[in-house]
Design a binder for this molecule. Structure first.
Ligand SMILES: [Fe+2]
Length: 145
């Protein structure tokens, strides 16, 4: 079983947009909680709970980010970045919904697979995709923290 480190919040993860950074810290905490509490054998109930919490907070967070994109003109200015960004949000949700459907059908995702997906997605998305959005917002004349 491969092990995953806890994600330690640090400056490389900071986008500079407070609202986004605060929400990312909550997502990182949810990942760390899953990392700490999942064992080799988990009940369907526990997996459902963990994936439900992650999905509901992620959906709330995606809506907030996509709201900022609209509000500050990212959607008009950076059409390709926006398409990629939103596609990554949707693919996260689609994956977690599929995992949850499997759990309901009795197919339980392993700790390793779930953590690998979450860790890879979160780090890649924050470091690359969200930082592009933040860079745009930080130089936007209308954006006021
Ligand atoms: Fe995002």
């Amino acid at each position: 079983m491969a092990d995953y480190d806890l994600i330690v919040w640090n400056d490389t993860l900071v986008t500079g947009i407070d609202k986004i950074d605060e929400q990312h810290q909550i997502l990182v905490n949810l990942f760390n909680e899953a990392n700490t509490k999942l064992t080799v054998n988990n009940s369907a109930e526990f997996l459902e709970q963990i994936t439900r919490d992650l999905l509901s907070y992620a959906l709330y967070h995606f809506e907030a980010e996509e709201g900022l994109m609209q509000k500050y003109g990212y959607t008009e200015d950076k059409v390709e970045d926006v398409a990629t960004h939103i596609q990554q949000h949707r693919s996260f949700s689609t994956k977690v919904v599929a995992v949850r459907n499997d759990i309901k059908a009795g197919i339980l995702i392993s700790r390793e697979e779930l953590l690998a997906f979450l860790n890879g997605w979160l780090i890649n998305h924050i470091l690359n995709t969200d930082k592009r959005l933040a860079a745009f917002l930080l130089v936007s004349e209308q954006y006021r923290g």
